[in-house]
Design a binder for this molecule. Structure first.
Ligand code: NAD
Length: 497
């Protein structure tokens, strides 16, 4: 089906409504009704998709398990698993414009971002992990025999695929996150059942249609749609799922970690953040001011690594506040499809309500609004880029992840306090430091409690760089060499000669 063009956007190809189950596009047999996909820029319904039940998840998991055990999958050469990902990369590349438009429609992300960031990341991710498939090696182990002196032992390790992976993704980076789970799972010899967020499932469904064309063995990749409470929980509870690769909120991650204990599942948890943007007195403000604004206002603040706490050294405090406020005030809100739009909508009415009420509570408790702080008079779930000052460390707005375009500023009087202040959060996902002094940059970087520290930049991800967080921001790392550990387990083989 194609959604006809309107004044605001082009015609958009929608997914057919079926799911990739055991190699076929099919209607789930036990679905509990449907879920509406809503356009966050207008609040209008786009289409409905299946709300899979635990019984549907069971069908998908059994298909993935049966593929995992099959001779075809076990005997497939690693290079050929890589070829599957390369085939899919070509198909996604061919449909890049179409997928970018669908992603923008369903998630409210700006079209130039979905086209140049999300889709590029998706295509690169497939190619990056295609290359890994043939480069997974074990180790030779030097043995220390305790047995009789004439016995000789040799030992080596293999890295074995974990098994069926349950991938669960959030709404802010839908197709990219789907590939972040699917591509390493396949590269390292696992099979996968993926459940996208019910807030933005359409590009993952469309991806399922392309996977069906790309020549994957039946069951290697399965897509189930539905709610977290039903379909997500069923994946977490399923005894044949050996690992959950999850990206989403800390609250859900905590729930998944506890529930996984029953079946001793492996987990990687990529969770929320409250990342500091630190501007030192010697920063180049021409870079630091737009950098600090982009760190929080990109994607309307709906980025897990968003720089949502702005720590500014006293000598440059006024200049940075004035600069960031000017940028916030001048940003143009509008349709994700318009080339001059800088701020798109938030994902949902619920998220919009959460952002507004957190800001209102902050202001009631004494925070001062320097920019934004209101909902514009406009259809859709828009929120103005907001800068708050005089925010005490114990206010909710300073402690909790808001996941909206809201940054809380703090004036740092004493440099010795910066590390303590930056680490004064339950999260530990990311941080950026803006300075022209190399020594300060590296000394500070070492002491920050964060999975990623950026120097004079923010929100730069690379598939070769390990990604994940400490404290409440998660468990484990994805990307790069770390992905090998996330999707395989070592097995030691010891022999007596
Ligand atoms: P969410 O936790 O509400 O949902 C994430 C996914 O979990 C969805 O698919 C949902 O259906 C599913 N889910 C919900 N309850 C479940 C349950 N009981 N069992 C199994 N699955 C369940 O998160 P969200 O609101 O979609 O996404 C925003 C959050 O994601 C933010 O906190 C953000 O920081 C985080 N995030 C983190 C990263 C990272 O890499 N660290 C990246 C993007 C987003």
């Amino acid at each position: 089906t194609t959604l006809p063009a309107t004044a605001d956007r082009p015609a958009i190809v929608l997914p057919g409504g079926k799911l990739l189950l055991n190699g076929e596009l099919a209607e789930p047999r036990h679905a509990q009704g449907t879920i509406d996909a809503i356009d966050p820029a207008t609040g209008e319904r786009i289409m409905a998709f299946p709300a899979c039940s635990a019984a549907d998840v069971d069908v998908a998991v059994k298909a993935a398990q049966s593929c995992f055990e099959s001779r075809e999958w076990r005997a497939m050469r690693p290079l050929d698993r890589g070829r599957l990902l390369e085939n899919l990369a070509l198909l996604v590349e061919e449909k890049r414009e179409e997928l970018a438009a669908l992603e923008s429609l369903d998630s409210g992300k700006l079209l130039f971002v979905t086209r140049n960031v999300d889709l590029q990341f998706t295509i690169d991710g497939l190619r990056y992990f295609a290359g890994w498939a043939s480069k997974i090696n074990g180790e030779y182990v030097t043995h220390n025999p305790l047995m009789p002196e004439d016995a000789i032992y040799r030992a080596y390790t293999q890295r074995r695929p974990i098994g069926v992976i349950g991938g669960i993704t959030p709404w802010n980076f839908p197709i990219g996150q789907a590939i972040q789970k699917i591509a390493p799972a396949i590269a390292f010899g696992c099979t996968v059942v993926l459940k996208p967020s019910e807030e933005s499932s359409l590009t993952t469904m469309r991806l399922g249609e392309l996977i069906a064309e790309a020549g994957f063995p039946a069951g290697a990749v399965n897509i189930v749609t539905g709610t977290g409470a039903e379909a997500g929980a069923a994946l977490v509870d399923h005894p044949l799922v050996r690992k959950i690769a999850f990206t989403g909120s800390t609250a859900t991650g905590q729930h998944i970690l506890a529930a996984s204990a029953k079946t001793m599942k492996r987990v990687t948890l990529e969770l929320g953040g409250k990342s500091p943007t630190i501007v030192l007195a010697d920063a180049d403000l021409e870079r630091a001011i737009p950098g600090a604004a982009a760190a929080i206002y990109s994607n309307s603040g709906q980025i897990c690594t968003a720089g949502s706490r702005l720590l500014i050294e006293a000598p440059v405090y006024d200049a940075v506040m004035e600069g960031v406020a000017q940028i916030a005030d001048s940003m143009k809100l509008g349709s994700p499809f318009a080339s001059d739009t800088q701020v798109g909508p938030l994902i949902s009415a619920r998220q919009h309500e959460r952002v507004s009420s957190l800001v209102e509570a902050g202001v009631r408790e004494g925070a001062r609004t320097v920019a934004g702080g209101q909902r514009p008079d406009k259809a859709g779930w828009y929120y103005r880029p907001t800068l708050l000052a005089d925010v005490a460390d114990d206010m909710t707005v300073m402690r909790e992840e808001i996941f909206g375009p809201v940054v809380c500023a703090t004036r740092i009087e004493d440099r010795a306090q910066i590390v303590k202040q930056a680490n004064n959060t339950p999260y530990g996902l990311a941080a950026s430091i803006w300075t022209t002094d190399l020594d300060s940059a590296h000394v500070l970087a070492e002491r920050l409690d964060a999975g990623t520290v950026w120097l004079n930049t923010h929100n730069v991800l690379d598939l070769a760089m390990p990604f994940g967080g400490s404290k409440l921001s998660g468990l484990g790392r994805e990307f790069g060499t770390e992905a090998v550990h996330a999707f395989t387990e070592p097995k030691a083989v010891c022999m007596r000669l």
